[in-house]
Ligand binder design. Structure first.
Ligand SMILES: *Cc1c(COP(=O)(O)O)cnc(C)c1O
Length: 358
């Protein structure tokens, strides 16, 4: 019994993308970012397939614990750090790497004698204004960290870029300048680059890079396809046709009747809807692949189904395969039609959709 809709996960593409990233990262170690269920690709299976990465990163402690429970012993960086002494105890027990970005986290560490054993990543806010210590307070924060007596090789410095997906960006230059001003000459390993910085050749000079999106084979740039970066899509969201009908000119299709046939049309109904993570905001003009051919949506996406105009296509019947995005249809393109970004589409694949590993 084959499920109607499924997300096929291509582990060869994952390996391929990791090696492309390694080549671009010029000797930097690679922290594979697997937060948010590995951008919808399945947390544990993705982490296992990325065994050659130098470390993994997640946003929340629950994600790290799930990885440990799956038997994954790799270095795991907790990007948002911990928020209670119970979480800190868990982190010590599970040997997690902690990002420290807020004074409350410094205080937690100061109250825990075991804390200094953990590898720490001190985060500096260089202009994103989301997480991290201000450059002005960095010196005093570093002094407090030093009194915890951490192993020097287990203290690292990081920041995050807000505009790396814009080429030659002034904000990025300013962020790098601020980071260098406060960290220069201290001798710590540093981590700055996300996917866009790695592939945009931003001169971060970092020891550890943190790719997410590009691991999964999507491009962070509006003007540059993943294929041209040498990346391959890892997820292909596939479903099939569940019925086909003729719709006479002037008749409408779907809720609201906002799509009206301009000619006698052949309409295929596909088992894929917003209940699966195919956004309702997908506009007219969006395409899916039916039997490998690009065809336009007809009418609104509903919870379990969508309709496509397959007029002129031969051989479409119940069971004909449909690709919503992935192999042959970049998710970036679908995202653009939905008024969003590839990140959001990938993450929003719902738990109803089984992952099929290849
Ligand atoms: C999510 C995240 C990344 C990965 O970003 P991509 O754009 O997906 O490569 C890197 N660093 C931090 C701090 C993140 O939160």
């Amino acid at each position: 019994m084959r499920p109607l809709i499924r997300a096929v996960i291509d582990s060869h593409a994952l390996h391929h993308n990791l090696s492309v990233i390694r080549a671009r990262a010029r000797g930097a170690r690679v922290i594979a970012v697997v937060k948010a269920n590995a951008y919808g690709h399945g947390l544990a299976n993705t982490a296992l397939a990325l065994g050659e990465a130098d470390a993994l990163a997640v946003a929340r402690i629950e994600e790290a614990l799930a990885l440990r429970a799956a038997g994954i012993g790799a270095r795991i960086v907790l990007l948002e750090g911990v928020f209670s002494s119970a979480e800190l105890d868990e982190a010590v027990y599970e040997k997690l790497d902690l990002v420290v970005h807020d004074a409350s986290q410094l205080e937690l560490l100061e109250r825990s004698p075991e804390a200094a054993r953990l590898p720490l990543w001190l985060k500096i806010d260089t202009g994103m204004n989301r997480l991290g210590f201000a450059v002005q307070e960095f010196g005093s924060v570093l002094a407090r960290i030093h009194t915890l007596n951490p192993a020097p090789e287990e203290l690292r410095l990081m920041t995050h870029l807000s505009c790396a997906n814009e080429r030659e960006d002034e904000v990025t230059r300013a962020q790098l300048r601020r980071f260098r001003e406060v960290t220069h000459g201290l001798g710590y390993e540093v981590s700055i680059a996300n996917s866009a910085a790695i592939f945009g050749d931003v001169p971060t000079g970092c020891d550890w890079v943190r790719p997410g999106l590009t691991l999964y084979g999507a491009s962070p740039f509006a003007d540059c396809s993943a294929e041209s970066l040498g990346l391959k899509p890892v997820m292909t969201l596939m479903s099939s046709v569940i019925t086909v009908r003729r719709v006479a000119r002037g008749e409408s299709v779907g809720y609201g009747g906002n799509w009206v046939a301009e000619r006698d049309s052949l309409i295929a109904i596909v088992a894929a809807g917003y209940g699966d993570g195919v956004h309702r905001s997908l506009a007219a003009g969006a395409r899916v692949l039916v039997n490998g051919a690009r065809v336009p949506l007809a009418g609104r996406v509903s919870m379990d189904m969508l309709a496509v105009d397959v007029s002129g296509l031969d051989g479409v019947r119940v069971g004909t395969p449909v690709v919503l995005w992935g192999e042959g249809l970049p998710v970036e393109e679908t995202a653009q039609h939905a008024g969003t970004i590839a990140y959001e589409l990938l993450c929003s694949v719902s738990p109803r959709v089984p992952l099929e590993l290849r």
